[in-house]
Write a protein that binds this ligand. Sequence first.
Ligand SMILES: *Cc1c(COP(=O)(O)O)cnc(C)c1O
Length: 764
Amino acid sequence: MHKPTDPLEIKILMFYEGLAENNATSRAVRELKKDLEAKEAKVIVSESPTDARAVIASDPEIQCVLLNYDENDEQCPSKLCRILQDIRARNANLPVFLLSDRYKASAIPSDILDKVSDFIWILEDTSDFIAGRILAATERYREFVLPPMFKALADFAKVHEYSWHTPGHTGGTGFLKSPAGRAFFNFFGEPIFRSDLSISVGELGSLLDHSGPIGESEKYAARVFGADRTYHVTNGTSTSNRVVLLASVTRNQVALCDRNCHKSVEHAITMSGAIPTYLVPTRNQYGIIGPILPAKMTKEAIAISIKENPLVSDEVDANPVHAVITNSTYDGLCYNVEKVKELLGQSVDRLHFDEAWYGYARFNPLYKDRYAMNGNIKDFDRSGPTVFATQSTHKLLAAFSQASMLHVREGRNPIEHLRLNEAFMMQASTSPFYPIIATNDISAAMMDGPGGKTLTDISIREAVSFRKTVARIHAEHKANNDWFFNIWQPDYITDPDSGQKMPFHEAPTDLLAKNPACWLLHPNDSWHGFGDIDEGFCMLDPIKVSVTTPGMSDNGELKDKGIPAALLTSYLDAKGIVVEKTTDFTVLFLFSIGVTNGKWGTLLNALFEFKRDYDSNTPLERVIPSLAADYPERYKGMGLKDLADEMFAAMKELGTTKALAAGFAELPHPDMSPVQAYENLVHNNVEKVKVDDMAGRTVATGVVPYPPGIPLLMPGENAGPADGPLLGYLKSLQAFDRRFPGFTHDTHGVEVTDGVYEILCLKK
Ligand SMILES: *Cc1c(COP(=O)(O)O)cnc(C)c1O
């Protein structure tokens, strides 16, 4: 019987037209179906090619396909061909049998034969014998389909044994003794508890020694993701980043850091005592962070940045040892990694790409050369820099939160496994959650073979259709002097083959989904706003979709009228649509591996509804009820358009978007290194200071406004003068937040008490 811990039910798809007919073959096939069912297989019969293809597209649990070769049907070869193409595009290993008879098999075309696994002579062998062969094939396939760690875990969970080790809930039974515990157990179901094992269960190997099935799983992931070695990390890419940096740099060594770095990089720099020298990325009119330009990555430019860094004192070794780059950025800007290697490789031996949002890149040719573990590992230049990639498997692939992978390719000055593993163990728990390791394993299996391309193709195509649809609707409205949302993307596409230029929404989906040239940032194109960027250096990833709201012009000036994006986000939220990120005039949507066919239709409807409600100034109580309920005094009697107008006017008056640009335009002055600031924090040599009183003060903790999520101030940096760009930006946020409760900004490192921003600074 199918037990809850059996990972797959046996399912067989049978394509047979006319099963109910009264002839020898149909009778034999009916008999076979009965025999398979008696052996507990579930048989799905498709009597049309369309249905068979639909089943293949929608049910990955199918473990064997039986296709009838009907020599009396002229169309049969072409029908079978299409079905087989669909199967093999998804799955190279699925067993497929052709039902035929020995005498006619020689007439079957070779493009069918090379895609099937074997024949079944339906009239010659006994039904029982055939069923046995089919089930043996599904069994072999099941052995193969599960990656090493998950397979071992599922096998182990089937064995009911009394455990005397941790975790103390012992397979879930510990929860059954109280009502709350029982509710918890029922909610998640038994298998997750049976899979929550202690490191003392030898059968699964060990994450810390990378042994047994866990070690096998890391090898498997390394093959799939193109690394020399892969480490499963169970506390997110935050931890993967710390592992890499702490293994690579120490106190008073220089690390080159993308200023657009994640907090975990800041933390690793603090922990290591390294001296960060920042590579400052571009930013555009929307506040979207762009790439670091190649001119800032040259040997000469890096030498100047280090020379000008006040923290590089006599005690500091001025030769940088490590560089960390965020690829892709949050908004989907991806570097030409080969170019980055060529440039930064002149200054450092170790290059670290933080690819937290980008684990899928290897599986689609659209991203060729734009991710760390690119190309065939055999061609990797061993005399070039050692390359690390850290990826949050959970962010855009299918995995549990906290699942992350650290991939390594060894080039110059590598960190051999035993040394890297010391840093790994320093950051790891001795009780990792095995289901997290198993999701990394499964993610690798999902992307292996043709599956990776098929799955990424789906995301890309869905994103492209959404982009085209919104662009078309925008163009239609604009032609009628009306407004609609737009997408941050090129306005025109040039077909690289024909040279023909067309509006984005008229470009063929196939071209957009397959040709990276469509997504390149060309120098000085006004839509991207990153200025004179080198041709081919940076590409926009189609699956990260930024919807723009009206109000911002390409030159960074606010228009006469506008709709703050925060209002759209709040409106969508009230409809149960949760967005990824909101800036002043953009809202980011991710088309991840979980995207389903047509999911964006709901989003598009909601955008239309917003337009109607905005145009007719529908009362806020109706469209964002929670806002009206939480702040009845503030928003009483207002409509959606009233609030949009008032907010837009405030943004204009406070200059929030420009203040952001100014705040991030220049690096603050570092008074001390991050580790020195942290030591002051530990010694409590710090105090909370109001933003209005912060002129000239050194911050003890990082100040990171979300979005854009890049540090405005790093620990140890100086806030600058009262009327300077850094405090100017924070004050404009504070003023905005006071005026618009319910739309307050989220700034890490800032504590807000009664509308007053306070930040931990070093005592004077
Ligand atoms: C989210 C993120 C991380 C951290 O990843 P987690 O898996 O959440 O720990 C690191 N770097 C970047 C750029 C991120 O966006």
